[in-house]
Design a protein around this ligand. Structure first.
Ligand code: HEC
Ligand code: HEC
Ligand code: HEC
Ligand code: HEC
Ligand code: HEC
Ligand code: HEC
Length: 444
């Protein structure tokens, strides 16, 4: 290898490195696409049948009247499933141990027989089980519009990456050609073969000036910087965006009913939202304050509401004899709002301290049948409010100290606190001016 070509070699390597990186990125984004991949035709058919016949008792991820069915194809053979689904009664009567065991495990609650479904139809349901993946958190709000919001995980990104790769391939090819033709012309000029090549002075000088190690490191730095800033941008705009996320909860608890129609104060249930960092979700005890009595029997022909029964089950409460058992278990509410661990957020600071209402951040919760994430919870969202909102230092005891400091410097517009007075003698200060943009305030 000719020594003086080292630099060009490096270029080639840098290009190759970039290509590999881009390839990785594109595979990464393709994974994102794959997650949202469509079911096969058979599984789609199965999904329809499943929704029409089974979802009254079954969910994929959670235990309902019947077991959660995600992964059931791994614990039962197809033959077993066919027999069970089409006629579990006959199957149990045939003495199948597993069938009897699961029946007993579910307190002998009888599952319907589905002999009306053909064998092929049941097979399509099984195919649906096989192809089923946990739902990608859906963006409910804004419907169609929200769906089409540009995302890193979009086909466009994939095409752009593909396009870049093609361009880089071409560049690589041209570099190769240039290298070879330069090599050739150099050999022709000097009339020497590769092996015998005498050190060319000019090239030697250049090489001395550009230390290859430093050159390598420089390229590395540029690439790392580019990737890091992209990662930063990506994190700030894309990561964990779950606006509109509205999972189905284990009990059909409605804020519209309780906080809206019944006008129960938010703090009755989320008592810590003004006192501490977290705005905890209430324990079942809180529900029992009312639901020990409110059973809605009128609505269900004298029976206790099935949803209220779930509260009793969680409390291990025997409504007929009004006795508590000793095996209560908390209701597993699915958490909706969730900041990444490295971000710090404090409820009491915002609600009690700064006087921001729950609805400013959470939207009209009292109108929601099912709670959904109303705001993006992205860094930009926090920062925007910190820039725009005024702090009410005059009427909020929380800011007494700050208010005093500002008042004391009223006549000095250029001082640290005096500058918050506007021309007409009012105080105008935003969280941003009070340190609300400092990284360390929000990041551990
Ligand atoms: C009326 C309620 C009900 C309906 C409707 C229902 N199931 Fe079930 N299913 C159950 C119960 C309860 C069990 C647990 C065993 C038992 O008690 O019979 C069960 C068990 C199962 C099992 C066994 C799970 C395991 O872990 O072994 C499968 C598979 C199953 N059901 C599939 C279906 C499919 C498919 C449908 C729709 C075609 C369906 N079920 C409709 C109530 C129901
Ligand atoms: C009777 C009790 C009760 C009242 C009153 C109530 N909530 Fe809730 N809240 C709950 C329960 C239970 C959950 C968890 C289940 C759910 O998400 O629906 C919850 C969930 C939430 C969540 C989502 C928590 C998460 O997982 O991220 C928010 C936000 C919320 N409530 C805000 C409010 C606001 C604002 C009000 C007043 C307008 C209010 N709640 C009134 C019981 C209550
Ligand atoms: C301050 C009293 C009160 C509290 C606390 C309360 N509820 Fe209710 N809830 C009611 C009333 C009253 C109704 C019935 C409204 C009606 O007449 O339809 C109701 C209805 C319901 C229903 C509808 C049942 C059905 O079948 O229609 C569910 C589910 C429910 N509550 C769940 C909960 C849960 C879960 C909690 C605890 C997080 C809770 N409630 C706390 C008063 C309360
Ligand atoms: C300044 C915006 C803001 C205000 C005001 C606000 N919240 Fe929140 N809320 C958030 C954020 C951000 C999260 C997610 C916190 C996390 O993941 O650490 C959250 C989470 C929650 C949760 C889930 C449990 C938790 O603490 O993580 C509940 C419940 C909740 N809020 C209820 C309320 C209620 C009730 C009020 C009014 C008294 C309120 N919030 C006011 C921004 C706000
Ligand atoms: C609707 C407006 C609003 C939103 C949204 C909001 N904040 Fe704030 N935040 C405030 C106000 C007002 C203050 C009080 C400013 C002060 O005391 O200096 C504050 C104060 C703070 C402080 C204390 C700053 C200090 O100087 O001590 C932190 C930390 C903070 N917010 C974090 C967050 C985070 C993290 C988010 C996003 C998840 C967020 N905030 C979203 C309005 C908001
Ligand atoms: C007002 C609060 C606030 C301030 C100030 C703030 N951040 Fe953030 N930052 C957040 C929140 C909240 C998130 C999480 C956003 C999300 O989940 O999408 C975040 C996310 C990030 C991320 C993305 C990390 C990831 O999840 O991939 C980076 C990087 C970051 N912040 C850096 C900074 C830097 C640097 C500063 C100072 C210039 C800063 N932040 C100031 C609230 C803040």
């Amino acid at each position: 290898m000719v020594k003086h070509l080292t630099k060009r070699n490096l270029k080639v390597r840098a290009v190759a490195f970039t290509i590999v990186t881009l390839l990785n990125l594109s595979i990464f984004s393709f994974n994102g696409l794959a997650q949202e991949a469509k079911l096969s035709a058979q599984a789609a058919e199965g999904e329809k049948l499943f929704k029409a016949n089974c979802t009254s008792c079954h969910e994929m991820q959670n235990k309902a009247t019947g077991p959660a069915l995600a992964g059931v194809h791994n614990r039962r053979s197809e033959e077993w499933l066919l027999k069970w689904i089409r006629n579990n009664e006959a199957f149990r009567a045939s003495g199948d141990k597993d069938a009897i065991a699961i029946f007993n495990e579910y307190n002998k609650v009888v599952m319907n027989n589905f002999e009306s479904l053909t064998e092929d139809q049941v097979k399509s349901i099984i195919t649906y089980f096989k192809e089923w993946t946990p739902p990608v958190k859906k963006k409910v709000e804004g419907g169609e519009g929200a769906e089409s919001k540009t995302s890193f995980y979009s086909e466009t990104t994939l095409y752009i990456l593909g396009f870049l790769i093609v361009i880089l391939m071409v560049v690589l090819y041209i570099l190769r050609r240039t290298k070879n033709s330069l090599k050739k012309s150099y050999e022709e000029m000097s009339g020497e073969t590769e092996e015998a090549a005498a050190p060319n002075e000019k090239m030697e000088n250049l090489k001395k000036r550009i230390n290859p190690t430093i050159f390598k490191m420089a390229i590395g730095m540029v690439v790392i910087l580019a990737l890091a800033s992209y990662g930063f941008y990506f994190g700030v705009t894309e990561v964990a965006v779950q606006q509109g996320y509205a999972p189905e909860q284990p009990i059909k608890y409605s804020h519209k009913l309780h906080a809206g129609e019944l006008q129960i104060d938010c703090k009755y249930c989320h008592s810590t939202a003004e006192k501490s960092k977290q705005a905890s979700v209430p324990s079942v005890n809180t529900c029992m304050n009312c639901h020990k009595a409110v059973q809605l029997r009128d609505k269900y022909d004298g029976e206790i509401s099935p949803e209220i029964k779930k509260i009793y089950a969680a409390m291990d409460y025997d409504a007929e004899n009004q006795k508590y058992g000793d095996n209560p278990k908390p209701i597993k509410w699915i958490r909706i709002h969730n900041l990444p661990d490295h971000a710090f957020f404090n409820h009491s600071m915002h609600t009690k301290g700064a006087g921001v209402t729950c609805q400013t951040c959470h939207g009209p919760i009292q109108e929601m049948e099912v709670v959904q994430q109303y705001s993006t919870l992205q860094m930009g969202w926090c920062i925007n409010c910190h820039r725009e909102r005024k702090i009410d230092v005059e009427n909020n005891p929380y800011y007494e100290e700050l208010h005093e400091k500002i008042k004391a410097e009223k006549n000095n517009k250029n001082s640290e606190y005096g500058k918050y007075f506007t021309k007409d003698g009012k105080i105008n200060i935003t969280p941003a001016q009070n340190g609300g943009l400092e990284c360390s305030k929000c990041h551990y």
